[in-house]
Design a protein around this ligand. Structure first.
Ligand code: SF4
Length: 459
């Protein structure tokens, strides 16, 4: 039961000129018409439950323009607005949000997103009252109760001063309590992702961040914690009780703690959960016995961060994987009857055309079931970002005017090579035929058709 005096909290994914994907430190233009569930909000509902009256407005999935979105916000009249933004869209988001603040000067605005890793973004925009970095701890509740000194990972304007709290990675707790999120609020069919075999689906995050230190990756900078397993299992049971059978595990390295990963799979097997799911794995984890267990637990698609064909680049960025391990992982996954997705990054700083072409050739050689070609995005200081705040970055590489070049190639050249990569991978007649022959459900057919039309249009 919510107390009558509970604050009104709005979880807001703002409107956008394009189909933006902004969640979990990621910001991009979504491929095709896919709209993923903003996982930050999914888990904030679990934390806010019983402590606040809250509402989710996702203007992207509901296709709300600015005025329709503003009307809904004013109708709710929130005390606090937690909003998503990102490097891809902040130039559009900020005027809208500043206007919201003008309409509701008493409401406090809290930002979330990759761009807030640069604290200057917060400092330069005084209509932003706070930044929330962690959606798996209870900082939001401390903030709502006015106890700002008790937060552990936020920036807050408080009584004319800035309170900056950030736990050093080695001080941060290693685990957190998984509070049951309100998945049912995110089951609209308009939410979709390319690898789903059934709809609706849910997005589940059993941990936060990543224990690895790949220098091009934002998850290497936010620490790593795991949710208690009992809470995760309870969440899976809740998902089943909602009648949902499709899950996107958004852990960046599913089961990197092998014992924990095995326990989770065994729970799904022993309890006959009948879930079908997708996850991210490092190529080093793709050992036959682990793949076998994943498959038995319902895994049908594994996303691997291949990144590049250059071992030198992998070493330079501390990926701690080898080209040969990648080959073995894709092969083993195929042999296990699980679909594989390779994600690639084109346009690393100082990467030349020959190196990009090598990566494209490598993608064709590996021949995973799907390939995602992204462009290098410098999101943090360590990644070489530009703090002038004049830039937009689209890691999917679809928004063509967002790439500033990499010191060797211009932004337009990198975008050109990304389009070439997509065309060369997806428009192979053999590939298309194979996909058509393997299609088993109407949902798969719909997803493939959507992706195919998108490739034709955008590339
Ligand atoms: S393993 Fe993957 S998610 Fe983790 S830091 Fe490296 S690239 Fe990022």
């Amino acid at each position: 039961m919510i107390k009558p005096t509970s604050p009104k909290v709005l979880l807001l994914n703002p409107p956008g000129r394009r189909n933006y994907g902004r969640d979990y430190y990621c910001s991009k233009v979504n491929k095709a018409n896919y709209v993923e569930q903003p996982v930050d909000f999914v888990y904030l509902t679990g934390i806010l439950e019983r402590h606040a009256e809250y509402l989710v407005i996702d203007a992207i999935v509901d296709k709300l323009d600015s005025s329709a979105c503003l009307k809904r916000i004013l109708d709710f009249h929130p005390d606090v607005i937690v909003f998503l933004s990102g490097w891809v869209s902040w130039i559009e988001d900020f005027p809208f949000l500043a206007a919201v603040k003008q309409h509701l000067p008493g409401s406090r605005l809290i930002g979330m997103g990759d761009l807030f890793l640069d604290r200057d973004v917060f400092l330069k925009h005084d209509w932003i009252d706070a930044v929330l970095y962690d959606f798996r701890n209870t900082d939001i509740l401390e903030y709502l109760s006015g106890n700002v000194q008790a937060v552990s990972n936020m920036l807050v304007r408080h009584q004319g001063k800035m309170v900056e709290k950030k736990l050093a990675k080695n001080q941060a707790p290693k685990t957190f309590r998984s509070l049951l999120p309100r998945h049912e609020l995110f089951l609209k069919h308009a939410y979709s992702f390319p690898f789903a075999k059934r709809l609706p689906f849910v997005t589940v995050l059993t941990d936060f961040g990543c224990p690895f230190r790949c220098r091009f990756c934002v998850y290497s900078e936010i620490g790593y914690r795991t949710g208690d397993l009992a809470g995760v299992c309870q969440e899976l049971e809740l998902i089943r009780s909602l009648g949902v059978r499709e899950v996107f595990f958004k852990d960046q390295t599913f089961g990197i703690d092998r014992q924990r990963g095995e326990a989770l799979c065994r729970f799904m097997i022993d309890n006959k959960m009948d879930l079908s799911w997708t996850c991210f794995l490092r190529v080093t984890q793709a050992k036959p016995d682990f793949l076998n267990l994943l498959k038995d637990a319902g895994c049908h698609t594994i996303i691997f961060g291949v990144e590049t064909a250059s071992q030198d680049e992998l070493n330079r960025y501390q990926k701690q994987t080898s080209i040969e391990e990648t080959r073995r992982a894709i092969r083993a996954t195929r042999q296990m009857g699980i679909r594989s997705v390779g994600t690639f990054i084109l346009g690393f700083p100082n990467e030349d055309q020959a190196s990009i072409q090598n990566t494209i050739r490598f993608a064709l050689e590996l021949d995973p079931d799907y390939a995602a070609f992204n462009t290098y995005v410098p999101k943090t200081e360590a990644m070489g970002f530009d703090s002038s705040l004049n830039h937009r970055y689209d890691q999917s590489g679809i928004e063509s005017n967002t790439n500033a070049g990499n010191g060797v190639l211009t932004g337009q050249e990198i975008i050109h090579w990304r389009r070439q990569a997509v065309r060369r991978f997806y428009l192979r007649p053999r590939y298309i035929l194979r996909k058509l022959l393997r299609m088993k459900s109407g949902v798969e057919l719909k997803m493939h058709l959507k992706s195919f039309l998108f490739v034709m249009k955008e590339s």
